[in-house]
Design a protein around this ligand. Sequence first.
Ligand code: GTP
Ligand code: MG
Length: 489
Amino acid sequence: MRLSDLTEATADTLRGAGAVLLDLMTPTLRLGVTGLARSGKTVFITALVRSLVAGGRLPFFVAMAEGRVARAYLEPQPDDAIPRFAYEEHLALLASDPPQWPESTKRISQLRVTIEYTHISALRRAVGPGRLHVDIVDYPGEWLLDLPLLEMSFADWSSRAVADAHAPHRAGAAKDWLDYLSTLDADAPGDEQAALTGAGLFTRYLQAARTPDPELTAPGPGRFLLPGDLAGSPLLTFFPLPPAGDSYRRGSLGAMLARRFDSYKAHVVKPFFRDHFARLDRQIVLVDALSAVNAGAAALSDLQRTMEAVLKCFRPGANTWLSGILAPRIDRLMFAATKADHLHHTSHDRLEAILRLIADKAMARAAFAGAEVKVMALAALRATREAEAKSGRQRLPCIVGVPLPGERLGAKVFDGKAEAAVFPGDLPEDPAGLLLAPPAGAGHSEDSVHFLRFRPPRVSLETPSGEEPALPHIRLDRAIEFLLGDRLV
Ligand SMILES: Nc1nc2c(ncn2[C@@H]2O[C@H](COP(=O)(O)OP(=O)(O)OP(=O)(O)O)[C@@H](O)[C@H]2O)c(=O)[nH]1
Ligand SMILES: [Mg+2]
């Protein structure tokens, strides 16, 4: 071996070691993208990554506007056990003809974006360019419904779940399961067949209750709605019982179901929370407030209650399991009403007011004391443009887009091809009224406010000259600035 070979090999080793060291020294920001099913997590993450990697129209994202972002790229994520976020697949669907939204998420995935940037201060610039890893996890929103279980006993959960099943808008779907419950004796000996039948009927009820509109808040547990790799597992063979005393007789059906509920928490919910929520630095909570407004008061109060319960997990009582593992380090928290492109921009203030109504209680309680909080309406991927339509002497602020096939407006059913100008109606000035159920017989708010779902915008991934065109959005740049901006100085 010649000396030059040796030095070459040594240089390679040193370069490799240097890369590892650089990686170890690069700060990491764990960004929590939190939201119930269909709230817009996957679209948000896809649009965020695309904006960073390809550069976009982001005037309020200061580091990029100042030309200090040298490059951003996807890197292998730190956890080998978790699949990578299917960024390219989601983009390919958006770029297909006709364009499609990404599919609803079925399993967990993760990604790491590394941003290389120039420091603002000359002193820090002298040390070299800055680097920041941003780690994000995407997961099925249904699983978020499980977090509140962490601090509930089987008895607490049972009484909540049975009351939920009796709510007027769910009682039809719950009938078979409730009928079965009435035949059971919780103190009878634990019988596997009864557990299987009850869990099957309970699962069918949960799924039937959400079928008419999967965009609305559903009761959980999350894995009953979307089992992932737990399909058929004994961990899912339980169901709530009508409220009884504090404990069940040993060996009884009640004791058996309570034990399985505890196993579900220990083996499914705790690891999910510990691995993905306990160590977040920043959090954006996405809320599809418009779908809930569309569906009326019951849906809106379901959403409010659920968000409150979920966010409470980030403020555990002292000395609980949660307080033991939760690092109190979230220093910025954003509440975002997604899909703001369903409305004319003149209504965005009102949408933010509705979001505040949903977030207020949750924020008051949440462990975000000391954290900077921001509330805004955004569209990660803008599917519409604005126009004005004349109606008599009135000018109505409209939005124009291609409604998804099957969407309805009055008697008209859209085919997914034709563009339409829609006046979505006015959101009320005082959002609190939306939470009040209309008197029986009166039409609910649907009569005055109605939103359609649109196809994503037609996007091309690359122009003939090789440029990657920016994706349209509303306030995505402000969200990025709030979540990352101060870490790129
Ligand atoms: N117009 C418009 N629609 C959006 C936007 N973001 C999301 N949507 C709509 O909301 C649906 C759900 O968005 P996703 O990003 O898949 O939501 P998610 O939170 O990942 O949902 P799960 O994976 O089911 O938990 C999409 O299929 C779109 O129809 C947006 O910025 N504008
Ligand atoms: Mg998703």
